[in-house]
Design a protein around this ligand. Structure first.
Ligand SMILES: [Zn+2]
Length: 297
């Protein structure tokens, strides 16, 4: 399965807790679909779960069931056939239907929580992500320049900074930095994908440090990387939620050290602590940190 497909499948299983986010995701999906305007509102997709999510999106906005058909190559093609339905959907989102250029209406994604939902919707409709084993790359293919600019503006002041280019007449908004991709995946709530990305990063770090790991077989390295990824994700979650400060000084010291050295083995972590402790002591301390992170909603 392609990594894009895997991520989209995960995103289609995200449950929108609030109506505002449900609406924001629906907006992102229809706005960045194959077509969005008074003459045509549609999406074309390879995946059943994306098609289903699009149908739900339309339902969320105007409670109408769109038409489903198939292209010759077996893609799902979902359309709103009736003009009155298209107008109702546009009006619902604050458009008159007479616009020459459809811009993002920020009122529809007003609350802070809604940005992630909107970006998730956009990714489901027009996003691609490359397997981090091959390359760090996530992109959104947008048909109009104004739309692409508006989309980039949403990331003003955000940790991940988008780049723009044009390919085959499409406006591409993309992120290439692995930490930016991690931020975007986190924003969209693709937690498994975030873990895979972090794991892959650590794996590359460890592999680059061959001398130190020369005695380890690769299965062992993989196991270590997986554990380190879980620790890192927990520490980042604690930082994001502001709960990091509630850890004990010893836990904080270890967490900070791990954050700065994702690839470090337990023995080295221990050697870098103010008071070195045993392997099982490190393990125990990480367990407590992970438990603290799991308590966060
Ligand atoms: Zn919201």
């Amino acid at each position: 399965m392609s990594f894009s497909k895997e991520v989209k499948r995960e995103l289609c299983n995200v449950i929108c807790e609030t109506d505002c986010c449900k609406r924001a995701e629906a907006y992102g999906m229809v706005f960045f679909g194959r077509s969005f305007g008074s003459d045509d509102i549609s999406i074309m997709t390879d995946y059943d779960f994306v098609a289903k999510r699009y149908i739900e999106a339309i339902k969320t906005l105007i409670n109408v069931k769109p038409t489903v058909s198939y292209t010759q190559s077996g893609k799902k093609f979902i359309t709103l056939d009736k003009k009155e339905d298209r107008m109702a959907l546009l009006n619902e989102l604050g458009y008159s239907g007479a616009e020459t250029s459809y811009r993002i209406i920020k009122n529809n994604i007003e609350r802070e929580c809604c940005l992630g939902a909107f970006v998730r919707g956009a990714f489901l409709s027009c996003g691609i992500i490359t397997d981090p084993k091959r390359e760090y790359h996530i992109e959104f293919g947008v048909s109009y320049k104004n739309k692409a600019s508006d989309f980039c503006d949403l990331f003003d002041g955000f940790s991940a900074v988008p780049k723009k280019s044009v390919r085959n007449g499409m406006n591409i908004v993309y992120f290439k930095d692995s930490s930016h991709i991690e931020d975007i995946l986190t924003l969209m709530d693709a937690q498994s994908a975030v873990m895979e990305l972090i794991e892959e990063k650590i794996y590359k770090d460890v592999r680059n440090n061959v001398n130190r790991k020369v005695n380890c077989d690769s299965a062992n390295i993989k196991k270590t990387c997986k554990a380190a990824a879980i620790q890192l994700e927990a520490i980042k979650k604690l930082k994001r939620s502001g709960k990091f400060e509630e850890l004990t000084p010893e836990q904080k010291e270890l967490a900070q050290l791990r954050l700065e050295n994702p690839e470090m083995a337990f023995s080295e972590l221990s050697a870098n602590l103010k008071k070195p402790i045993s392997r099982s002591g490190i393990n125990h301390r990480f367990k407590k940190i992970i438990e603290a992170a799991q308590k966060i909603e």
